[in-house]
Design a protein around this ligand. Structure first.
Ligand SMILES: [Zn+2]
Length: 149
């Protein structure tokens, strides 16, 4: 099912650089955008994490301008930027199944990584991997469409 804009045009799924408060440039943010009125919205399942992340950056902000990669800290953003790099067609009607398959693949990979971290007894690595696994397993692409408007 497509995501509809308020102007009644279907919205496209994209990976975009978003600039906040003219001083934080966040790359690899998955968004829905409308080509006819240039409205965009951050994908709902990552929005809270992005807000949290920006607040943390702002608190530690010494540089007048920062460039960060959201895909480095958010598994869902990372998944979408991988899809984008592989030139997977970002058709919101078809992408649900592709995203699910990708998600499975990455979860399996992260489980292997976790085993590795466990064997090396590396606690910060284990925590990091666990956090990534949680982000991924909680992510439901369909969630974005469940809310009207
Ligand atoms: Zn629009």
């Amino acid at each position: 099912m497509p995501r509809w804009c308020d102007c009644n045009q279907p919205m496209n799924l994209e990976i975009r650089t978003v600039i906040f408060a003219k001083k934080i440039e966040v790359k690899n943010v998955p968004i829905f955008s409308c080509m006819s009125c240039s409205t965009y919205e951050v994908l709902k399942p990552v929005k809270a994490h992005l807000t949290e992340y920006l607040e943390a950056i702002e608190l530690s902000l010494n540089d007048p301008y920062q460039v960060v990669f959201f895909s480095d800290i958010d598994e869902v953003a990372s998944l979408f930027s991988d899809l984008y790099k592989r030139n997977v067609e970002m058709d919101s009607e078809k992408i649900g199944d592709i995203v699910e398959a990708f998600k499975e693949e990455r979860i399996n990979l992260l489980l292997d990584v976790y085993q590795c971290a466990l064997q090396m007894n590396d606690e910060s690595w284990m925590r990091d991997t666990q956090r990534r696994l949680e982000q991924l397993s909680q992510f439901q692409f369909e969630e974005h469409f469940s809310e009207a408007g």
